[in-house]
Ligand binder design. Structure first.
Ligand code: FEO
Length: 404
């Protein structure tokens, strides 16, 4: 049975939702699912914009067969070759053997690498600035390298103002019937997952996202719809989401506040983290989030690190090093290029307190443009009243820094 939604005149969402996949890219948990978006344009010629993950193949084909009826599929336009969108290319080619493929040379190379038999089809290689007409609709192409793979491009329909934005402006969470961002409470229910998607998938490539945003700025007044490959379609308040993407990709904090992430083996470092959180709130700094690094998937911590202006790392010393899960968090911040944050340290150890110096060195030497507060809370096994002044001083320094 088909399951489609109309985006605008003659343009349909023909994708599918996935609640079965546990780990996106086999690494990031997606407890609320994900959508694979593909779009079908019924102009004088018919055009499929991208395909879907292999798991959604049957739904895509049923959707296309329903909308096309007796019409052929004239063009398959591929903006992005990652298999969560491109795995079904071969199945489309088999069913519509006359289809012509529009994409770029890098993408055609990847199609061959993935084993798709594209060379028996007419291949139309496009580059930035080229235009192509399907009848009433004319599209133009904009290169979007490393957003999120090197071949990625976005396609803009100059006739109806639809931007097919590939991975840009995407989000985790299955659509479950709701296609448009204005059909959900995005700020309340989706923003955290949109940030987690962007920062973990494309976080490393902020400058490339910035480049794409600069190109989009030139046609901003013409963009009426943003159709990403995951998550809802935007037709209202586009500036809200563009602004979020701008902040995230510039590595600017979304909010002034404090993220406290602790690594605690027996609850003593956790208690110190909680005491600090209470002190901050007591002083009116209530935008505070506290996480246990050991039972929070690092993708959530990365998303929160991109959100908050200040980060407190509280870690035990383990084998004379940083607690391994905390070290993994630091490594992920480095890999995803997080910048422009202010850090503070809580360290703990029962005979050799090393974690503070090691975390400080990592922040200073391996992360970019970070500020490290001088105040540090150093614990020998547990927090006690003798440390009250140190704790107060750390809290005061954080409050002053956040307010400043
Ligand atoms: Fe959703 Fe880079 O693919």
């Amino acid at each position: 049975m088909h399951c489609v939604r109309e985006v605008t005149d003659n343009l349909y969402w023909v994708g599918a939702n996935d609640h079965r996949l546990t780990l996106f890219e086999n690494i990031h948990p997606i407890p609320k699912g994900v959508s694979y978006n593909a779009y079908l344009l019924l102009d004088k010629k018919t055009v499929l914009f991208d395909t879907v993950d292999w798991s959604a193949c049957r739904q895509l084909l049923q959707n296309m067969e329903y909308l096309l009826g007796d019409r052929p599929l004239d063009y398959l336009l591929i903006n992005h070759m990652e298999p969560d969108h491109a795995a079904t290319i071969e199945e489309v080619l088999i069913r519509w053997p006359q289809v012509k493929i529009i994409s770029n040379d890098k993408a055609f190379l990847l199609m061959r690498q993935f084993g798709f038999h594209v060379d028996s089809h007419e291949l139309i290689s496009v580059k930035e600035g080229d235009t192509f007409s399907f009848g009433d609709h004319t599209v133009t192409f904009v290169a979007a390298p490393m957003v999120h793979w090197p071949e990625a491009m976005v396609t803009f329909d100059t006739t109806n103002g639809v931007l097919f934005s590939a991975d840009a402006f995407g989000s985790f969470i299955a659509l479950d019937g709701k296609l448009f961002a204005d059909e959900v409470n995005f700020d309340r229910d989706w923003l955290d997952e949109a940030r987690r998607y962007l920062t973990n998938i494309v976080g490393k490539y902020g400058p490339h996202v910035q480049l794409l945003l600069k190109k989009a700025a030139g046609i901003l007044d013409q963009i009426k719809f943003i159709c990403p490959l995951h998550g809802p379609v935007w037709r209202k308040d586009l500036g809200y989401f563009i602004d979020k993407y701008d902040k995230w990709s510039r590595y600017e904090p979304e909010e002034k506040g404090v993220l406290i992430v602790y690594a605690s083996m027996y609850g003593n470092t956790e208690a110190a983290a909680q005491c600090l959180a209470a002190k901050l709130c007591e002083q009116g700094l209530t935008n505070v989030a506290v996480y246990d690094v050991s039972n929070t998937h690092v993708s959530y911590l990365i998303s929160e690190a991109f959100k908050y202006s200040h980060i407190v790392l509280a870690s035990v010393t383990y084998n004379l090093g940083i607690y391994p899960v905390m070290h993994n968090f630091l490594m992920d911040m480095k890999a995803l290029n997080l910048q422009n944050r202010t850090f503070a340290i809580i360290e703990n150890g029962s005979w050799a307190v090393k974690s503070g110096d090691l975390m400080s060195a990592f922040i200073t030497d391996q992360l970019k443009n970070m500020t490290l507060l001088n105040e540090r809370l150093s614990l020998a096994s547990s927090l006690n009243e003798s440390k009250a002044a140190e704790l107060d001083s750390l809290a005061a320094a954080l409050v002053e820094s956040v307010k400043g």
